[in-house]
Design a protein. Sequence first.
Length: 365
Amino acid sequence: MKTDLGGVNVPVLRHHNAALVLDLLRAAGEPGISRLELAERTGLTPQAVSKITARLRAEGLAVEAGHRASTGGKPRTVLRLVASAGYAVGVHLDRDELTTVLTDLAGTVVTRRRRPLDLGAGAGPVLDAVTGEVEALTADGPDVIGVGVAMPGPLDHRAGVPGRVTGFPEWDGHPVREELSRRLGLPVVLDKDTNAAALGLALRPGAPGSFAYVHLGTGLGAGLVLGGAPLRGDRTGAGELGHQTVQLDGPPCGCGGRGCLEVLCLAAVERGERAEAARILGAGAANLVRLLDIDQVLLGGRVVLAAPGVFVEGVREVLAGLGLTTPVSVETEAGARAESEEEAEGGDAVAEGAAWLILAPIFGK
């Protein structure tokens, strides 16, 4: 039964406060954090923090992890998140490849699987493949709380239904979220690939408050983060960078337009002209910087990761030529910024971000 006091929903408030504490435990990592620090950073009373942490310990989500010297009085007890208390699955459903990851509550990748896939094979065979990969990841019986799925847009993340995916219109209106949830017996969240990646990147320690994650792989798109939160738009339409017209009489694009950034950039990649592709990508990044006044541009995706230095320098040069000083870097799935092929190899920010579609609400994100 819900109890309202002065218009405040007490169960919701309790959940919110617990999420604040859990998020601080997550951010503290292995060193942990004391109850006093939790009270100071949340604005809650020490008594409230003690009740919340006692409940989290009873539920197996937090554990005492030693003591820390204090400036006066007895040493402070330090608490730490029990990352193994639950797991999430992230699925990156690309046009020609399927990547799945199993992460713990802290978002650390425990297992990764990758296999070829043809998105044009149709929903039945593709979702069969997703089901098989998720079942293989969870065969050892981890406590999985849900599955996040990221795929090319356009799509409706609230309804869990894709739209007319560029080049694959047969996906339009298919109930992906509902069908996968039925097949797997788990909660499923569906979002656009770039949105998922941006969410995961936004939740890393030290993430900028506003940035664009520009993804160049089998397609081109952007995930936007403003004020620390992903910007999806009411129809999940924000960040369609690839279908920004930059050449009015340019070549036709699968979206129905002409001279789109995506078709021009991918054509340069196909010709082996990476520097030209980077220049085109830089033009799109510059438009984002000018439009949104973001703090940083993060590059990712298979094509970028194959030559990170070329793309970072190419985009930087375009921005600098326009008098824009916004930092540009490549973000790997491990959270380190990379500017060499060796450093960037193997990253998949989309799959990891897809797992955060499930994890983020636990921490009030």
